[in-house]
Design a protein around this ligand. Structure first.
Ligand SMILES: [Zn+2]
Ligand SMILES: [Zn+2]
Length: 259
């Protein structure tokens, strides 16, 4: 089996208009989408949650036509004050793949333009504290993957040395991620559109040294153009770092794919 994108959005996410069929027609195997679930989203001023019934119905219809190639997923934007709302929403729903993310802190989304003018260390340290809290709750959330560890600093162009100051916190986060069986995501939008490949080299080395074995590759695509973005190059990069297997999630179990 060839590896398939583990982070993808369609029109079931508030910020995407893409259709399943665009991805299906450009893939040979499974397509899993990880739709945005962002509680109290400062970007829109309300909770953005996929309508599960509509999402499932569209998948059921297309699965008849495309030979059961679509899997269900969600990207859970953790925000501590609204944890109860998150758990209530997730309680009666099943997914093949659940990503754990932090996108905002109630006040602002980390991609808000003014963030780029803020002090890097202040922003990263606040973001890492929130990410750490999110991982602490994963026994309840039961996500499979820690998405884009660098989301909070996507707008900063920094050298990997800028992470040195935060190494203790990053170590703690990666240790907890590994203990929680969360896979570490290589986010192609971060590496190639926000030019953070060097930061991922730094982080991946840390995760490997801490004993991490679960890795995913996701484009974070919101349109076909970004589907499996730079995957060939990233697979070579992964192999050069000593990672030869990636993981996918399907029907409650993990599947390892050699790259
Ligand atoms: Zn995200
Ligand atoms: Zn995403």
């Amino acid at each position: 089996m060839t590896y398939y994108d583990q982070h993808l959005h369609t029109h079931h996410s508030y910020d995407s208009e893409e259709n399943f069929e665009a991805y299906l027609k450009n893939a040979t195997g499974y397509v899993v989408t990880t739709e945005h679930f962002d509680v109290a989203n400062p970007v829109t001023g309300h909770t953005d949650a996929p309508d599960y019934a509509t999402y499932s119905a569209e998948i059921d219809r297309l699965n008849l036509k495309y030979g059961n190639r679509i899997l269900k997923g969600i990207e859970i934007g953790y925000y501590q004050p609204k944890e109860a709302e998150i758990l209530t929403y997730l309680a009666d729903k099943t997914y093949d793949l659940k990503l754990l993310s932090v996108h905002h802190n109630g006040e602002f989304d980390y991609l808000d333009e003014f963030i780029a003018e803020m002090a890097f260390d202040t922003i990263f340290s606040r973001y890492l504290d929130e990410l750490s809290d999110a991982i602490d709750q994963n026994d309840k959330i039961q996500a499979h993957v820690l998405a884009h560890f660098d989301y909070g600093i996507r707008l900063f162009e920094v050298e990997p040395a800028a992470l040195d100051k935060h190494k203790r916190k990053l170590t703690e986060i990666f240790q907890k991620m590994i203990a929680a069986d969360l896979a570490f995501e290589i986010n192609a939008k971060s590496t190639h559109l926000y030019h953070h490949l060097d930061l991922y080299t730094y982080a991946l080395k840390m995760v490997l040294e801490l004993g991490g074995t679960l890795f995913t590759l996701g484009s974070d695509g919101h349109k076909l153009e970004h589907y499996e973005l730079a995957f060939d190059e990233l697979k070579l990069w992964l192999k050069a770092q000593g990672v030869h297997q990636l993981v996918t999630f399907h029907g409650g179990s993990r599947h390892f794919v050699t790259i």
